[in-house]
Design a protein around this ligand. Structure first.
Ligand code: UDP
Ligand code: MG
Length: 204
């Protein structure tokens, strides 16, 4: 199952779907693509319905309003039911093609979690600095080590999925919760491109 939180992504979904589909077809596993519309104001939901009519492997979940990326991801986790669960952003900053390498690492090394880690942080100065300070402090005060440059671009297996389904927190932070669960995990590296189209959904 592929989980894709979407907030105002109408201009990205066609390209995103084509690239993801190419990768998934190559892997030769049964799959579903679960798009979560997180209260978009544009035509994201109409686009998801259009794609679903074309391809029955596509599932759409529409949240009643904008809850934020982590809650959209949780809606996908609650719906998902598969051996492997892949989550990534819809704006093509997370290259879908990386799934092949992530899956092969998971299988050959018996990993439960494979995180994709960006090689270089090309965010703007403000985000880069505040994010660095946040992770620095968090890692100082917490026993759970959270890797810098890792987002929610990851592959998990069904064991981790089962545990995540039981977590019922309102203030979700998956990149902390998943290492906290303690399963066997490792990283693959990738170059993070700029957002393909549209604008970031994060406010200050
Ligand atoms: N997103 C979401 N809800 C939000 C904000 C963002 O579901 O309230 C989605 C968005 O559509 C994208 C992913 O979360 O697929 C990452 O968001 P974005 O690209 O805006 O974040 P950035 O890359 O700028 O950190
Ligand atoms: Mg983005």
């Amino acid at each position: 199952d592929v989980i894709v939180p979407c907030y105002n992504e109408e201009s990205n979904l066609d390209n995103f779907y084509s690239r993801l589909k190419l990768t998934l077809d190559k892997i030769k596993l049964n799959y579903r693509i679960i798009f979560i519309d997180d209260g978009s104001q544009d035509k994201t939901w109409e686009k998801i319905i259009f794609l679903n009519k074309k391809d029955q492997k596509i599932i759409g979940i529409k949240l009643s309003r904008n809850f934020g990326h982590q809650s959209a991801l949780k809606a996908g986790i609650d719906y998902a039911d598969a051996d492997y669960i892949f989550s990534l952003d819809a704006d093509l900053q997370d290259p879908p093609e990386l799934l092949e390498e992530m899956l092969s690492r998971m299988k050959t090394e018996g990993l439960n979690v494979v995180n994709a880690k960006r090689k270089k942080n090309n965010e703007k100065f403000f985000k880069k600095t505040t994010s660095y300070i946040f992770y620095y402090i968090l890692n100082k005060i917490s026993k759970t080590e959270i890797s810098q440059q890792v987002s929610d671009f990851r592959l998990i297996d069904n064991k981790v999925l089962a545990k995540l389904k039981t977590i019922d927190e309102n203030d979700l932070f998956f990149r902390g919760l998943i290492p906290w669960l303690g399963f066997k995990s490792d990283e693959v590296f990738f170059n993070r491109e700029n957002r393909s189209r549209g604008e970031t959904g994060w406010s200050i």
